[in-house]
Design a protein. Structure first.
Length: 364
């Protein structure tokens, strides 16, 4: 089986990194896989190439650079995959339009529930009939696909999220904290991801300010469009000496071992990698009460969710965990047990391959 995985960009962030993990898993399962993006080459392109996985980039100069469609068409005609599996709005639409013109079946995917770009769901709804199925990795995304994108239930496929197993020996917490320059007895709050407005990293900074706990440190790991603004915000914060802007970290496990809490106040998400990784590493997650995190929290309450956009409310949630270590330990244990059972990489790849086979069996 030859499959092209297509995404909007291959910058470092949740969806491209998950796509890279999927590509590696598919290759191990015997699939001839190639990963492409609509934008220019990114760091994840280089990571994949170093692993011997073929990549291509269509070099789009903007979100609506239609010349990228012609380059995509050329790449697909040359590679002749059996199937195109696209992820994210622009890649979904491009794959549907180009795949239909050259006769290659298309599967699409949602990785987030967009609330800030309302035209995207409308355009997805208009083009959804050009794909043979739509893959999601959580119940809230499945409902979004049915309700907002107009995709019939029988064409929505739920595939469990792929989280690469933790293979390295865990770093001892005290050693991890020394690495990041925080005291052994500090209350360490971490944020990890792409620095984008929708992630609301400024809320994390203000929450640590509002916590009024001189032992509280905030470690921010990531890169992106908001880096300059957030760096300035951190430098002018009254707790600037307890904020670390770490840039991109290839192995988030080291930071998660140093942290007491992952603070994740995003406005919207799909099934965030870093939350799953935090759960797997035994870090407590405090996040916004959005559908994706409600899914991960479950009825038993594996996460602490804050239904507010006020930093003081996040600070209150952090303070409650700080003052009740037994509760924090119980949350961490429940989350870790659940995620290690649910996020089995082999099961995820097998479920994905089953969707691929079903799609190809549909014929022309």
């Amino acid at each position: 089986m030859r499959v092209v995985l297509l995404v909007t960009d291959l910058e470092r962030g949740g969806t491209p990194l998950r796509l890279a993990a999927t590509a590696r898993g598919l290759r191990q399962a015997g699939v001839e896989v190639c990963v492409g993006c609509l934008g220019p080459r990114g760091p994840v392109s280089d990571d994949l190439a170093a692993d011997g996985i073929a990549t291509f980039a269509c070099g789009a100069r903007s979100a609506w650079d239609v010349s990228a469609l012609w380059r995509l068409r050329s790449e697909l005609r040359e590679r002749r995959p059996d199937l195109i599996h696209a992820t994210l709005f622009h890649a979904n639409v491009a794959a549907r339009l180009v795949g239909r013109t050259i006769g290659i079946p298309v599967l699409t995917s949602s990785a987030t529930i967009e609330v800030e770009r309302r035209r995207h769901p409308r355009i997805e709804r208009l083009t959804a009939g050009l794909s043979r199925g739509h893959i999601v990795n959580g119940e809230s995304l499945a409902e979004h696909a049915r309700r907002d994108l107009g995709i019939p239930s029988e064409r929505v496929h739920l595939v469990p999220p792929l989280v690469e197993p933790i293979t390295n020996e865990p770093t001892e917490r005290e050693a991890a904290r020394r690495e990041f320059g925080v005291p052994a007895n500090a209350f360490v709050v971490a944020w990890i991801g792409r620095l984008d407005p929708v992630k609301r990293v400024d809320l994390a900074i203000h929450a640590v300010e509002d916590l009024a706990d001189e032992s509280a440190y905030l470690l921010i790991a990531g890169d992106g469009a908001e880096r300059g603004r957030l760096k300035s915000l951190a430098e002018h914060s009254p707790v600037t000496d307890r904020i670390r802007m770490l840039g991109w970290i290839a192995d988030p496990g080291r930071l998660l071992r140093a942290a007491d809490v992952l603070l994740f106040p995003s406005l919207t998400e799909g099934m965030p990698n870093v939350v799953l990784q935090a759960m797997a590493h035994g870090a407590v997650v405090v996040g916004s009460a959005i559908p994706a995190l409600q899914d991960l929290s479950g009825r038993e309450g594996r996460l602490v969710l804050v239904d507010s956009a006020a930093s003081a409310d996040y600070a209150e949630a952090l303070g409650a965990l700080r003052s009740d270590p037994q509760r924090a330990e119980g949350l961490a244990r429940r989350a870790q047990a659940w995620v290690r059972e649910y996020c089995d990489p082999r099961a995820s790849i097998e479920a994905l391959l089953a969707v691929y086979r079903e799609t190809l069996a549909m014929g022309a």
